[in-house]
Each structure stands twice: as structure tokens, then as C-alpha cells.
Design a binder for this molecule. Sequence first.
Ligand SMILES: C[S@@+](CC[C@H](N)C(=O)[O-])C[C@H]1O[C@@H](n2cnc3c(N)ncnc32)[C@H](O)[C@@H]1O
Length: 681
Amino acid sequence: MGQGRRMKRKQGMPDALSEEHFANLKRRAGLPVEPPVEKASLSNKKRKTAKGAAVAKKPEPAPKKASAKKSNGKAKKLPVQEQDSDDEEMGDEFDLDQLEDDGSSDEDVSSGGKKKNIWSDDENDSDDAEEDDSVFDSDDQEEGGKKGKFVFSDDEDESDAEEKLTAANIAGLSRRLDKKLAEDKAITETEMQESAMQTNIDGPKIFGEEDDDEDDELTDKSKSLLAPDLQLLRQRITDTIRVLDDFANLAEEGRSRAEYTAQLLKDICAYYGYSPYLAEKLFNLFTPREAFAFFEANEMPRPVVIRTNTLRTHRRDLAQALINRGVTLEPVGKWSKVGLQIFEANVPLGATPEYLAGHYIIQAAASFLPVMALSPQPNERVLDMASAPGGKTTYCSAMMNNTGIVFANDPNKERAKGLIGNVARLGVRNVIVCSYDGREFPRVMGGFDRVLLDAPCSGTGVISKDPSVKTNKDEKDFISLPHMQKQLLLSAIDSVNHASETGGFLVYSTCSVTVEENESVVAYALSRRPNVKLVDAGIPFGKEGFTSYMGKKFHPSLKLTRRFYPHAHNIDGFYVAKFQKIGPTPPNAIGAAGKKNGNAAASGDEEVIDKTPITTDEDTEMEDKSTKKKSKGKTGTEKSDFSAFDEEEDVKYMEKAKKNAMRRRGLDPKSLKKPKSQEKK
Ligand SMILES: C[S@@+](CC[C@H](N)C(=O)[O-])C[C@H]1O[C@@H](n2cnc3c(N)ncnc32)[C@H](O)[C@@H]1O
């Protein structure tokens, strides 16, 4: 419904095709840089448009009551378009630059701390899979099947890579920039026409405005007046936001903040097509101005991004191969060594020879983040508890250089097919696929060095991909989903080996922005499992998690969690929380939230099944010494006793198997040396 055209130009990170950025890249590539003539004239035009509208337009359109009061001379005057240059450029809308910046913008990303755990690995992924109505996955992708050449990756020289890519890509990028400028120009012209048209409309009714007497008439009129109505609706939204921004000075006398807010919500529902329930829930996350930016951004597609599969190729080689096929692309941003943002592709990205050979996976940029936060290390034992279709699993494998082991679990067998396809196509060899309800997991096995729980969620962060979320999620969903998320998170915690020598970490993520599915779930887990704490997720951008929301207070450490938004970061809405497990789950953990065990059971939640070896301090010391000796040079997982193998017992079976194998080959098994254990006996 909503157009939000200007947002196309205004979205934040990474606006790789801004003229300045592009000129810088050209300079670095040693190419001539033309002066930004077009832009200057364009921004002049924009200014003219805004001012023109300001002069021609009636000062306060829309709300019926408002105009009535104004005619009585009671209403305070709205400051129509008399703002700073940014506002002028936005005309009747807002500049995202004005939004609160918490350190999550481009600048932060490009300059942001190169955290060791993020930058130390090269990486990759894939996703896609069948639609699942109940849960959302931020990635879209297809599957291939063919195996390609196996090439271990080295770390790239980033500075070189970007320049080479840009030089190779320059024609495509130039074309793209010209197209963008032409589009901007066209939009500006349309907006000028619209502004002019708007001023000729003498107060038609707006959808959703209460006026029972004239409802029928309005319905009839609405067909012919659709476009102007939408414009007026939009105008009223932006006007109301201005009032709410400076309520003391701009509100009409006698009209409360609540009334303005109610009107605004109604208008948002009508304009963007949200259910009132969801519109309010999302609106409450932000200031009115930022909420508007969020709703607008949901009307825009996010950039198409691919992740280089570093198990098979290097990013610069992949980029070169795709550029040769006429794809226009750029590195996704300094925060990722493996992402490429695709601007134009004349070939289907899900069917190129490189795709089929597993050199990349189409994966939303946001879904890189939980894996970067998890930072799995080579040779570890990792659990991806809700893994299909495997974008994050295969990224973990790439970060681990195909060593160690990743248990990729998903109870949805249909989705698991996509996972298996991706694992095969990308040449991943360290994954075991399993299909349990994650809540059962600690009963199945535990003792993982790291666990990823990319939980099933409502998908409020990926509305641009699936607009049906606007209307198909109701109150029940925001009770049942958090309930399941809490259960899954406790299971995930209980599956981590707190004594892991290399890890002991857990990442919880969702592609939803609601507090119920994020901070509330994390806070619940903290209260039920005092043996975990939140740690810095190590992602150099994103907004801090809420420490209070609608009267609820959360633990201050919740600010270590990260929120990502389409309007602020130009990626899907996402949430990432990283935990460290610092001890075994104490048997009385369920009561830690101040509830008795009985109550916890009644809430259907929990039974502690923590397979982490529970030892006394003394035992731990002894165990550390002996395992260190025993497994010198081996992996952390091998040191863990979670598998509880009886080695003596195993020796017998191994000998038996060897003898059988020899017999099958016609050899005399007696020639085998007796195992030490038997010799002793
Ligand atoms: C957001 S998607 C996971 C996307 C995946 N991590 C990726 O990157 O490709 C959530 C997944 O949770 C799975 N799921 C739903 N209920 C579950 C449960 N009880 N235990 C484990 N997984 C579950 C769904 O089948 C779905 O595949």
C-alpha cells in the first residue's frame, strides 16, 4: 500500500551506491571522477519541491476535528516544512538521518571495532526452503546439488579486494548509478505533480476517519479518489508525527496525546495494511517518527546478498566470476568478509554454475550476524538447534573449516530436505542432520562447545519479504511463540558444556523485533538459569537491547543484546543475544525465578536435563589435568566426557570388528596383537 519512495534513497547501511561512496571507489581504482552535477540539480529540485509544496499547500490538511477547531482559531499552527535542509529534502516526510543514532549506522559499521571473533574467519551460507506458515526464516534461497572443486580459503586482503572488484565492476556500477539518478529524478517529478494535485483537493475524506453518516458516500467516492486519499492519509500521518514530536507547542487545544496517537495508529493500519493489534505492538517499540521509518522500510525490499562459501572459493574469485557473467555487485560492508551485495544480475543467481558448484549461497545479510556472534571455532562440537534450511549451519561449518562437528537439528522434515541439499551443494562435511523437537535436545545429547538457537518466531523483522505477517499474527501468537522460545532457550542452555575449553557459548536469535520474543525470553532464561550470563555479541553495529519496556524492567545486561532494524541498518529486523554458560545448572535452578518447582511445572516449562558433567571443584581440577594429558593436541570436544564412553569396553568391540574385517579379507585374525587391556588380564 504505502509507497515510501523516498526511503529507497534514504535507507541507511550499507548504501554502497551513494555517489560519494562510488566516487571514492572510483578514485581508489584510479578512475576519473565526474563532479556530481546530477545530484546537485536533483537536490535543488527536491528543495524546490518541498518549498513549493509548503507555499501552495493548506497549512493543516485532513483531520476533520482539527480543521473545525482551526476555523475557530483555537488550533496552534503547524510549522509546515519550515525545517532544516534535511527536512526540506524529505518534503512531507522525515529524514532517517534525524532518527536517533545509537552507533548502528554506516559509519559505525565501517569504522567499527574489528572484533577478533568476527574478523578471524572467512565464511559462508545458504538458505531457502519451503514456506512454513508458523515460523520465519530471514533467508531465501534455492538449492543446487552438484559438487565442485574443493578449495580451502585464505583470508582475503580486504583493501585490495574491494578495489579490484570495483575496477572490474565499474561499468555495471556506473550504469546502476545512472539508473538510480534517473529514478530519483522521476520520483521528484512525480512528487512535484502530486504536491500540485494535492493542493487542488478540497478536503476529501480519508479512509478510517470516523463519520458514520457519510460512510456509504465515502466508499463510493473512495474509488475515484484513491490516490489523493492515500496522499492525504500519508500527509496526516506525517503531520501527526510532527505534532507528537513537539506536543507542547503544536497540539491543538483540548486534544490529548492519546487521541493523536490513536488517530496515527488508525492511519498507519489503513495506509500500510497492518492489523490494529500488530501496528500498535510495533509502533510501541519506537518513537512515532522512528516507527514511521520502520513501517516505510518494511515496504521496501532488502538488498540481495550472497555469502561466499569459503570452503570452495575466495570472495574475490567469486566476485570476478559473477562480474564476468554480467552481475553487478560489491562487498556487503566492512563488517563481513564473505558477503556480496548484488545490485543487478542478468542471470538467475540460484542457477549459475558457481551457485551449482556451491561457491555461494543466497543469504540475507542479517542472518550472518548470529553466526558471527557465535563464532564457532575449528574442531569444536556445535549444535544448531533450529537449523533448516541451513544458512547458518553451513556458515558455521565454513568458519570451522569443515572440522569438528555441527549437529544440525530441525523437527520439520520438509525443511530439513533444504538443509540437506545445502549441506551437499556447499561441500560441507562436518554436519550431522537430526530431527528432534529442540525441547527434547538435552535428553538426546549435550555437552556442546557452542549452541545456536535461531528460534522459530513471528517474522516481524521480515515483513518486507512476507507482508502477510501484517495481518496474520494475533495475540495468541505472541503468547504461544514466546512460550516455545523460552522452552527452547532453556534446552539450548542445558545443552552447552560450561566446562568447554574453547567455548561454552550460546547465541539466541530471531528475525522478529517484538520484545515478547526477544528481551522477555532472554530475561526469563536468565532468571531460570543463574548459570548463564549475557556477554557482548561482538557485532560492531546494531541497537542495544531494551532494559525496560512498557513498565517492565529487565536486567541491565540486556543492553549487551543487539537489535537490528530495516530502517536503521538496511537489513532484516533481527535480534541477537549471546550467553556464556559459567556453571552447571544447579538442581534448584527452576526455583531461581522465585517460583516453586510446582509452579514451573504447571507452566509446562521445565525439567532440568543438563548433560554438562557436574563435578565438584576438586573433580574438575583432577579431570582437567588428566584430560589435558590424555588429549594433548586433540579438540575440546574430545576432551569432554559427555559421550561417557567406556574405553575398556570399546577396545573389546574394536578388536572384534578388526578381526571380522580381517577374516572377510581372508587374513588370519590371530596375527593381531592382543590389546593391552587383555594382556593385563
Ligand atoms: C528461523 S528458522 C531457522 C532458520 C535456520 N537457522 C537457517 O539459518 O537457515 C526456525 C526453524 O525452527 C524450526 N522449529 C520449529 N519448532 C521447533 C522446535 N520445537 N525445535 C527445534 N526447531 C524448531 C522450524 O522448522 C524452522 O526451520
